[in-house]
Structures are given as C-alpha cells and as structure tokens.
Design a protein around this ligand. Structure first.
Ligand SMILES: Nc1nc2c(ncn2[C@@H]2O[C@H](COP(=O)(O)OP(=O)(O)O)[C@@H](O)[C@H]2O)c(=O)[nH]1
Ligand SMILES: [Mg+2]
Length: 269
C-alpha cells in the first residue's frame, strides 16, 4: 500500500524553457565526475545529465555508468576515443535532440563551471536563444586562474570580438545554455572545430543566425583535481580558425559591396 507521504512529486523541466539536458564532456575526470553530477542534481533537480566520455583511460566512463544505474536522470554516452571537446558536444546535442529535449547546457566536469550558477542561466534562457555564463561581464569572478590563462582568455576574447564583430564579452566561454530551436537552426554539420574554438564557432553561427544571445555573470574557479587538457595545439587551432573566419567574413562583405555597387551602376548609367 502506498501512503500519501510516499508519493514524491517528480519535477520535470524548467518553467518556460522545458526539458533540459546538461551535457558534461569528460576525458580523465575520474576525480571529478561524481562530485559534478551530485552538485548538478542538487542545484537543479529538474534537469537530466549526459556524461559524454571519450573512453577515458582512468575509468571515468565506468564511474559515470555506476551513477547512471542508480539515478535515472543521469545518462552516459560512451565514445570510442579522444576526439576533442567539440565532437563530444556535437554528439551530446544530437543525443538530446533525438530524445526531444528543449534545451541543452554545456558544462565542464572539473567544477570550473559552478552548478550553483545553473538556475540563473536557466532563468535567463526564458528570454534568450543562447545564454553564456560569462567570466568577463560585470559581476563575474574568476578564482585561482594562473595569470597565463587569464591573459589568454582576455586576449582570445578581444581578438574574437574584433575579428568577428561579435558584441560578446566571453565568446570562448564553455558554460552555456542552447535552446533546441537555435540548435536546429544552425548548420552544425559545417562545424569543424575540434578543441575550444568550438565555443567561438558556435557563437559565430548563432550570432550570424540572429539568435538572442545573453551573457550572465558566473563565478569561474580553476579545477582542484585532475589535469587540464588544454594544449598549445588547441590555442593554435583557435587562432587559426578565428583568423580564417574573419578573412572569409571580409571577403563576403567585399563581394556583397561590389555586387551592390554594380547593381547601382546598372540602374544609374
Ligand atoms: N569527451 C571529451 N571531453 C574533453 C576532451 N577534452 C577536454 N574535455 C573535457 O572538457 C572540459 C574542459 O576541459 P579542461 O581540461 O578542464 O580544460 P581547461 O578548463 O581549459 O583547462 C572537461 O570536462 C574535460 O574533461 C575530449 O577530447 N573529449
Ligand atoms: Mg577546466
């Protein structure tokens, strides 16, 4: 017999946003995965979680599998091997869309993106297509980051903003909410970034598609456990790609200008 007190309401979805999936990409995050999933579940009990693991040699995938067995709101996507952050997110987006989620959250596994900030990001998503948890917006805090990383992030964002003409303070930030409608509108098959330039590439696509992008200040903290996967190659890829997009944007603008000028001449000989 079921007593009234045994019936706990199952809260599903976020008001005015819908069903939300938090995608957490992992590579060698055995020391972090349990804590991050627990913190997300506590901070936002109404969301579901997908750990997208690239066959981590340290057993992250198996740990996540154990969590998922005990909690039906946690899922694991086992991928064949390390293919980069961008590829893991694209697979997570596709997984979410196949299951009819209304919004997808990107969140690092190492605790840098505080799950406690998630309710504020989801609240902002009620009136936006994309929400960026921003490190460089008034009210944000960045804790314990070495000066080299601070400089890289500041300069990288400045370069992305100037080169691509995007009015974003943190175009490289990886703590985000995407409404499903905007993911559907973007040509994700064209995405070529493997590393962290993925965030800039998606910002650019969303900006060009006219998406409403909102930045919400977050508290970003350096990881306490495990190692960063950041490498010089990832930085070079980002610089290379941003420069390539900037050149192609300018070429397109010049071509459009020439076409408009020629059309004007044809009309007014
Ligand atoms: N699935 C997957 N996750 C990755 C890969 N590279 C990095 N990550 C994850 O992406 C997130 C950010 O990486 P991290 O090493 O913390 O980068 P940092 O914060 O820039 O130093 C973490 O959750 C990583 O485990 C990858 O190739 N595949
Ligand atoms: Mg990190």
């Amino acid at each position: 017999m079921v007593h009234r007190t045994d019936i706990r309401p199952v809260v599903t979805g976020v008001p005015a946003v819908g069903r939300v999936l938090v995608v957490i990409p992992t590579y060698n995050e055995a020391d972090n995965v349990t804590a991050i999933v627990r913190r997300v579940r506590e901070a936002a009990p109404q969301v579901e979680i997908l750990v997208a693991d690239d066959n981590s040699p340290d057993g992250t995938g198996e740990i996540a599998e154990g969590i998922a067995r005990a909690d039906q709101r946690v899922h694991v996507l086992h991928r064949e091997g390390k293919q980069g952050l961008g590829a893991a997110y694209l697979a997570g987006f596709a997984w979410a869309r196949r299951r009819g989620f209304d919004a997808v959250v990107e969140m690092d596994a190492d605790g840098s993106h505080a799950p406690e900030d998630l309710p504020a990001l989801l609240a902002a998503a009620r009136d936006a297509d994309v929400v960026i948890g921003s490190r460089w917006t008034r009210g944000a805090r960045v804790l314990n980051w070495p000066w080299r990383r601070l400089l890289l992030s500041r300069c990288g964002n400045m370069y992305a903003r100037l080169a691509l003409g995007m009015p974003l303070a943190d175009a490289t930030g990886g703590y985000r909410v995407y409404r499903a409608s905007v993911l559907d509108a973007l040509d994700l098959e064209s995405v070529c970034s493997q590393g962290y330039s993925f965030q800039v590439e998606l910002s650019r696509l969303a900006h060009r598609a006219g998406a409403r992008i909102v930045e919400v200040p977050i508290t970003f903290a350096e990881r306490e456990r495990g190692a960063s996967k950041m490498s010089p190659l990832i930085v070079v890829e980002a610089l290379w790609r941003i420069t390539g997009w900037a050149v192609s944007d300018r070429r397109t603008a010049v071509r459009r200008g020439l076409r408009a000028a020629t059309a004007g001449q044809a009309r007014w000989p």
